[in-house]
Design a protein around this ligand. Structure first.
Ligand SMILES: [Zn+2]
Length: 376
């Protein structure tokens, strides 16, 4: 199975190289799938602390069997005192652990933390992570991790089946037709209950090459099926397609939102003043621009999942409490871009999409024509 992944990776690299030779704009950075020991280390400690939400499974029971005697370890006690411990905090910082098996802890920096640096005390977190490193050595964590390598390889193979054989990666690449600016590392979290993404690694660990990290949480893959007696699996294409399409969408959309920042910001008053539920959702997501990006990637996700048969058309059109603009955006994308030869890639269509959104909502909020203020 490992050999298959290597061959696939090699094929992807070769594919990337040949594409680069023909069209430099289309060279996609590689995608890698793995179980990350730093994430597992934190999750094991959180499981022992009884304070964080974790996914239940046979693996969970195995962790308790191996590490149960360390419930009073200083790292576990410190975990119980963390101000915020949840499905994704501080797990999303776990790439600060590196250099396995001779574990080191990177000095984290507030920059490039996607805004999450406001949610915790960096210095306290650094002290906690040092304690976790001690847990790693005291408990011989690496022995546990290595003993479970065949299990992890099986999960990776299952997830990759959805990604490559079922065509999820190709679907999303063919839709956006844009380069990914840095490698994507998809981490599978057997103890995790919420999926997430970190767009940058520089704030967490300046010692490693930069990457976009995506967490695929078993709790989410299994949905209601995360039961104590069930063995984890990461082959569940209908559910993983949501994570793959949505999170990879950010990899393409992030740079576009940067490039068209002014145009995106110009839309803010049209939406934020009109709809209080939407304003609340946007504030929750860190502001208008991030919120609109969430809606665009989810609109595309709904479109692609419906087309692949993972979602019925009716389901995909259901109003969403959080992604309040996704249905409208999906319609605009379907009509203007999807299947149309007019735009070579999503980047060329993106300013058109923003303009259409502005036209529709400016019309709704100001009945009087704004004349020359409009473009194209
Ligand atoms: Zn998102």
């Amino acid at each position: 199975m490992v050999k298959t992944s290597c061959l696939l990776l090699a094929a992807l690299w070769l594919g990337a190289l040949s594409l680069r030779a023909q069209t430099p704009a289309l060279a996609p950075a590689p995608v890698k799938v793995l179980v990350y020991p730093g994430t597992e280390l934190l999750q094991v400690i959180h499981l022992l602390s009884d304070t964080a939400q974790v996914a239940t499974s046979t693996y969970n029971a195995e962790v308790l069997r191996y590490f149960g005697a360390y419930r009073r370890h200083p790292a576990v006690r410190r975990a119980r005192q963390l101000r915020r411990i949840s499905c994704d905090m501080p797990v999303r910082l776990s790439w600060a652990f590196y250099n396995f098996p001779d574990l080191k802890v990177a000095t984290m920096q507030a920059r490039y933390l996607d805004g999450y640096e406001t949610e915790f005390d960096l210095r306290q977190m650094q002290i906690y992570f040092q304690e976790c490193a001690r847990f790693y050595y005291d408990t011989r964590f690496w022995t546990f991790f290595q003993a479970h390598a065949p299990l992890y390889a099986g999960w990776v193979a299952g997830f990759e089946r959805g990604l490559y054989q079922d065509g999820q990666l190709a679907t999303v690449e063919q839709f956006y037709r844009l380069p990914r600016e840095r490698p994507v590392v998809i981490t599978l979290g057997p103890l995790n209950c919420g999926s997430y993404a970190m767009s940058d690694l520089r704030g967490l660990n300046p010692n490693l090459p930069n990457q976009r990290t995506i967490m695929v949480a078993y709790g989410q893959v299994a949905g209601g099926g995360a039961l104590p007696g069930a063995a984890p699996t990461f082959y569940a294409p209908a559910r993983t397609s949501q994570i793959v399409f949505h999170e990879l969408g950010h990899a393409y959309l992030g740079p576009l939102f940067g490039r068209y920042r002014a145009q995106v910001q110009r839309l803010a008053p049209l939406f934020m003043r009109q709809d209080s539920a939407l304003s609340r959702a946007a504030r929750q997501r860190g502001g208008w621009s991030s919120y609109l990006e969430e809606n665009v990637t989810q609109a595309v996700t709904n479109l692609l999942r419906a087309r692949a048969g993972y979602l019925s058309r009716a389901e995909a059109r259901q109003p969403d409490e959080f992604y309040r603009l996704a249905a409208e955006l999906r319609l605009l994308i379907e009509q203007g871009y999807d299947g149309s030869p007019r735009y070579a890639d999503f980047g060329r269509f993106f300013p058109v999409l923003l303009a259409r959104l502005e036209q529709r909502h400016a019309r709704r909020t100001t009945p009087v024509s704004r004349g020359s203020g409009r473009r194209r």
